[in-house]
Design a binder for this molecule. Structure first.
Ligand SMILES: Cc1ncc(COP(=O)(O)O)c(C=O)c1O
Length: 476
């Protein structure tokens, strides 16, 4: 089969999570080839501007084009392009670890640096199992099971994948790693327990954790891991009480409480970290994405002093690490990025603009029957699309995708998962961009014959423009 070409270059790239044979024919369409970013915008290869409504895969919290970060990277590269943290160290990794401990209010004492969220989670899982294996209490040595929320997403490596427990993964990559269990998610809009809502539900979803621990036997359970707001599942944010309840259950049964803030960390939800004032707080915290705003790959796994102490002494060390752990240039970028986030008070902006955006969207909901639910915290907002509000019949993924395409033709790129649209713009946006987002969604979520015709016309125009400019679409 002839290899497709893009601007004369043979297309050998195998894109992640992409249906390649559907993707390639549309290579020049809409926002599929992004060539430039500036602030809250990204631009495609024909110069069309889009509001970056998903922060380039939940990453670019500070927006594109921050010269301070570019400078920090260049300076570090000139000075020391790479140094390992294997039995040696260097200043930027030390400074970044100290910064992370400082901004998490001293709750954590120790930081393992990684390159991506999957690695941060994988690290947490291995740390947890070894922690129990080295307990002075021999009764804990058999703790290896990890409990997570059904539908959660924790990454692509085999441990993180087994934690996420998506059925699709088991079918494609199984058998998954043994010892991973799941409880139902705190999905209030479609309560898995058929309850009518919080607080009347009595938080059955949180209590399920305790039931599972008891039925498995606490002496075999190592940890519970959760995202404070489930991203890939469709921006599911549980009531605050859920966090306290599961935290207490972990304490009561001697589990490590792992909180995965890879998507929520660094201000997205209106607080620097969702878990920053939880009591009980996490024992291990996973961070990624906005830690460097995606300027370079970076992630981290933070542990409390109590966890760290178990690894004292020869033979007890954490035998884990990869070449790029604590990479100096990534660390320098992370430091500069975190400095910008705190200096410019982005969590507060996310809280203010996020609340404004959510309430504006709720106003639109009255006239757009496709919107079943609007939820989320700060600038992490989910819009669940339904065919029928009373029955909550979800739109199919294909129907949702068509709307996502139309939203893109109107100049906004959004995240979507199943029938949920996700809005996660950079934390720098102000009310004017929030207004524009609402305007676009209002237009795209308009149903009815006239709206359908207009939508199709919009997309046909965009497609025609792409075809004209791209040799890829010419018949060979
Ligand atoms: C909550 C959560 N944890 C972990 C990951 C994995 O991160 P990465 O893709 O950087 O490996 C993701 C990615 O989306 C995520 O959403």
């Amino acid at each position: 089969m002839a290899v497709k070409k893009y601007n004369g270059v043979p297309y050998h790239l195998w894109n992640p999570f992409t249906v390649m044979d559907e993707f390639l024919p549309f290579l020049g369409f809409g926002p599929l080839v992004i060539t430039r970013g500036q602030g809250p915008y990204v631009f495609n290869d024909r110069g069309k501007r889009y509001i970056n409504g998903l922060s380039s895969l939940w990453n670019v919290a500070v927006g594109h084009g921050r010269e301070e970060i570019v400078e920090a990277a260049a300076k570090q590269m000139r000075e020391l392009a790479y140094a390992s943290c294997f039995r040696q160290t260097h200043p930027k990794a030390i400074e970044l670890a100290a910064k992370l401990v400082q901004i998490t209010s001293g709750h954590f004492g120790h930081v393992y640096l990684a390159s991506n969220g999957s690695e941060a989670v994988e690290t947490a899982l291995k740390m947890t199992r070894q922690y129990h294996r080295q307990s002075p209490n021999t009764g804990d040595h058999g703790r290896y099971k990890i409990i997570s929320l059904r539908g959660s997403y924790h990454g692509v490596s085999h441990g993180a994948l087994s934690t996420s427990g998506q059925e699709r993964d088991a079918a494609k990559f199984g058998p998954l790693v043994p010892g991973f269990l799941r409880i139902e998610p705190p999905y209030c809009y479609r309560c898995p327990y058929g309850k009518d809502g919080y607080p009347e539900c009595g938080l059955e979803c949180a209590l399920a954790l305790e039931k599972t621990i008891q039925s498995e036997g606490a002496e075999s359970v190592a940890a519970f891991i959760m995202e404070p707001v489930m991203g890939v599942m469709g921006i599911i944010d549980p009531p605050e009480e859920f966090y306290r309840c599961v935290g207490e259950i972990c304490r009561r049964h001697g589990l490590i409480f792992i909180v995965d803030e890879v998507t929520t960390g660094f201000g997205r939800t209106g607080k620097l970290f969702v878990s920053e004032d939880w009591n009980p707080g996490p024992d291990i915290l996973c961070l990624g994405k906005a830690i460097s705003s995606g300027y370079l790959p970076l992630a981290a796994t933070l542990a409390t002093g109590a966890v760290y102490q178990r690894f004292n002494g020869r033979g007890n060390q954490f035998d884990h690490g990869s070449t790029a752990s604590g990479h100096p240039v990534c660390a320098a970028v992370g430091l500069e990025n975190i400095d910008i986030i705190t200096r410019e008070n982005m969590p507060e902006n996310a809280a203010i603009v996020g609340a404004y955006l959510k309430s504006s969207l709720k106003a639109v909901m009255n006239s757009r029957r496709l919107i079943g639910d609007i939820r989320g915290k700060g600038l992490m907002i989910g819009i669940e699309l339904v065919k029928d509000r009373e029955k909550k019949t979800p739109l199919t993924e294909k129907e949702t995708f068509n709307i996502v395409l139309d939203i893109a033709t109107l100049g906004l790129v959004v995240y979507y998962s199943n029938n949920v649209l996700g809005l996660l713009p950079p934390l720098i946006i102000k009310k004017d961009i929030a207004d524009r987002i609402v305007e676009i969604l209002d237009k795209a979520l308009n149903t009815g014959i006239t709206a359908d015709i207009t939508r199709k016309a919009r997309m046909a125009k965009e497609l025609a423009a792409s075809r004209l400019s791209l040799p890829l679409h010419k018949k060979r």
